[in-house]
Design a protein around this ligand. Structure first.
Ligand code: HDD
Length: 676
């Protein structure tokens, strides 16, 4: 990371390295013994005066803090954001003015429902929370990888979360929506239909945190220097494209590697394969507010990209892992209300409610009102006000004055004028009766759910049917199952009929919506494809074709693939021509689900166990539609039905093999493969 990263410089003051140091108490007194508590005689009672024991034990007893009520399981990294061009025309936000200016960022990704220790490849939305440490204060973009939300009004958030979390009587199931209370909530709060479609789609099981989109979800405002405001929505577009796992694979990964997503992010950054995301905005002029067939304030609606194009305005690169997960990732406090001049809110009732909840939750989670002083949360610009005291106060405010207005400190700290950078809320004219109600314009819950369905490719539709059949298949109440199926008849009978049949409830009467429109941008079939950083498991044994395989491996690396060797045991495997490879994993320590593709090399001396293990890997990879390559003796290890199948590249000629295999890997998955 470049030295001019101000956040990194700031954090450096707080970092400490205990290596090669003497052990001390927190009071700085050197400790002479850390294995035996102080006792009255070798077999006698421990003495109260053992201050080292008391301090060590007390600190340990208080190590845990409450986990986040939602998004408890998360992982984060540092990075930088740089705009492509000045956005002066649209916003006065300082960090978006100068294309040569880099702004430090800290991004925390998360699952929503699971607790802090839960597995990572569960079916769920992913949190995508970015903190921009700008010169004008912190701007937090606290979004998800799904552009819409379950509910329209924040007052329903506690209900939603109670329904999705493990059921209170038996605390099951962990990190899953496949249970009665979640689906009961859905059927009885039908504004959730659109988000449920996303949650049942492949979007909810991303291949990697590096390969998913992010969305600010709500409508925000950009406000420029002249005070002109426009409605906007924020997007993150991953440079590697948007790709997903398959459900069977995701479930197996939860056991084989519950840290799969954080491991992938961590390793990529350590290797220098920095994850990149482009920041985009959709912009709607104020005068066009009512030109759409949905309400632009409704958080269950997206703005189809074909109607309102996404303007890419900059790139974020994550280039440094944290030094300490608790100090940084766990103590990071995000808030959609952390905005800077030039960025403002809309009247989206979900956003308005969020503006209350986030500070409130930090007060209990981080133990008081001074969490902004924790190193990870401190802005890189100075901050001055009359707030004082509270648990864990670090700042030593000098002087006798801590109030406004005053004369003793010449009325400072003083409010800044707008020209000096003072935040001025956009002066939207509002009027109305105090009323607990929802706008009529929020009442269409199904059109965009159908739009999403219409936009899916055949295999994506099939995955949604499978996901719903799985989820509802786990629901015990037949009444809830039937209610849900009846509800989704409003979206499409093509979805509902096979689901109803799979779970054995009545196929409801057709209520197909008349929405025929689709939005190609919503389908992952239309995303970017690249072989870059894809992990290839290379199955190898003694006596493999040395030189040719070595050349192939080099060519795969040159195409930015990441081959790792798998064999029966660790150590070296000898090929012909004096070539040797070091095995990275055994059949026992790895699994096909940990790789994007398999390349079977084999060898000239294969025992039955090796063949069996290879066969298991291959069958699973094949079932997960993964690219499979085979050369030399490896070709004989393929099952008969695999030969000639899409994405299976079995070749003797090295050059033809490399070309075909790299292309197959870039495709991600081969959905046109027939399963047997
Ligand atoms: Fe939230 C955390 C995203 C609705 C209340 N939320 C949280 C995080 C993300 C989101 C990414 C984790 C931040 C981190 O990594 O620390 N939340 C969203 C999105 C929403 C949304 C995209 C809808 C558009 N959230 C939402 C509502 C409420 C909350 C309606 C309450 C009114 N969210 C919270 C919270 C959390 C939180 C309880 C838990 C931990 C935290 O805030 O810091 O306050």
């Amino acid at each position: 990371m470049s030295d001019e990263n101000k956040k990194n410089e700031q954090l450096e003051q707080y970092r400490t390295d205990d290596k090669d140091k003497k052990l001390t108490t927190n009071q700085g007194v050197k400790v002479s013994e850390d294995e035996f508590s102080l006792k009255a005689g070798e077999r006698g009672p421990t003495l109260m005066e053992d201050f080292h024991f008391r301090e060590k034990m007390t600190h340990f007893d208080h190590e845990r803090i409450p986990e986040r009520i939602v998004h408890a399981r998360g992982f984060a990294a540092h990075g930088e954001f740089q705009p492509y061009e000045s956005m002066k025309e649209y916003t006065k936000a300082g960090f978006l003015q100068d294309p040569s200016k880099k702004t430090p960022v800290f991004v925390r990704f998360s699952t929503v429902a699971g607790s802090k220790g839960s597995a990572e490849t569960v079916r769920d939305a992913r949190g995508f929370a970015a903190k921009f440490y700008t010169e004008e204060g912190n701007f937090d973009l606290v979004g998800n990888n799904i552009p819409v939300f379950f509910i329209q009004d924040a007052i329903k958030f506690p209900d939603l979360v109670h329904a999705v979390k493990p059921e209170p009587h038996n605390e099951m199931p962990q990190a899953a929506t496949a249970h009665d209370t979640f689906w009961d909530f859905i059927a009885n709060n039908q504004e959730s239909a659109h988000m449920v479609m996303w949650a049942m789609s492949d979007r909810a099981i991303p291949r990697s945190l590096r390969m998913m989109e992010g969305f600010g979800v709500h409508t925000f405002r950009f406000v420029n220097e002249e005070g002109k405001a426009r409605f906007i929505k924020f997007h993150w577009k991953p440079v590697l494209g948007t790709h997903s796992l398959v459900w069977d694979e995701a479930q197996k990964l939860n056991g084989k590697d519950p840290d799969f997503h954080r491991g992938d992010l961590w390793e990529s950054i350590e290797k220098g394969d920095y994850p990149e995301y482009e920041l985009g905005v959709q912009i709607i002029e104020e005068e066009d507010e009512f030109k759409f067939d949905f309400d632009i304030l409704d958080p269950t609606k997206l703005w189809p990209e074909e109607d309102v194009p996404v303007k890419l305005i900059g790139k974020m690169t994550l280039n440094r892992n944290v030094d300490n997960v608790f100090a940084e990732t766990e103590q990071a406090a995000f808030h959609p209300g952390h905005v800077v001049p030039g960025i403002d809110f809309s009247n989206d009732p979900l956003l308005q409610g969020r503006l209350f909840s986030y500070t409130d939750t930090q007060l209990i989670r981080l133990g008081g009102p001074n969490f902004h002083e924790l190193p990870i949360n401190r802005p890189v610009c100075p901050f001055h006000n009359n707030q004082r005291d509270g648990y864990g106060r670090h700042t030593i405010n000098k002087g006798q004055v801590s109030y406004h207005k005053n004369s003793l400190a010449e009325n400072t700290p003083e409010p800044a004028t707008e020209a000096e950078g003072g935040y001025k809320h956009y002066q939207e004219k509002v009027e109305g009766h105090k009323i607990r109600a929802r706008s009529e314009s929020f009442k269409d819950h199904f059109s965009q759910a159908t739009l999403f369905w219409n936009s899916m490719s055949d295999h994506e539709k099939d995955h949604i049917i499978q996901a719903m059949s799985f989820e509802l298949g786990k629901v015990e109440s037949e009444s809830v199952q039937q209610q849900v199926v009846n509800m989704f008849a409003n979206v499409s009978m093509d979805l509902v009929k096979p689901v109803a049949e799979a779970i054995g409830v009545d196929v409801p009467e057709a209520k197909d919506s008349n929405v025929t429109k689709s939005s190609p941008a919503l389908s992952q079939a239309n995303t970017k494809h690249s072989p870059s950083t894809r992990k290839v498991g290379v199955i190898v044994s003694e006596g493999f074709n040395g030189e040719e395989v070595a050349n192939i491996i080099e060519a795969l690396k040159a195409a930015d693939l990441q081959p790792e060797f798998i064999s029966s045991s660790l150590g070296k495997r000898k090929g012909t021509d004096g070539v040797e490879v070091t095995v990275d994993h055994t059949f026992l320590t790895s699994d096909s689900v940990l790789f994007d593709a398999l390349y079977v090399v084999g060898g000239n001396d294969l025992d039955k166990k090796f063949k069996q293990d290879t066969s298991y890997f291959l069958i699973e990879a094949f079932m997960h539609f993964k690219p499979i390559g085979a050369t030399h003796e490896g070709k004989e290890l393929l099952e008969d039905h695999m030969h000639g199948s899409p994405g299976v590249v079995a070749e003797s000629d090295s050059k033809t093999f490399v070309k075909g295999f790299v292309e197959a890997v870039a495709k991600h998955r081969h959905w046109d493969r027939e399963l047997v």
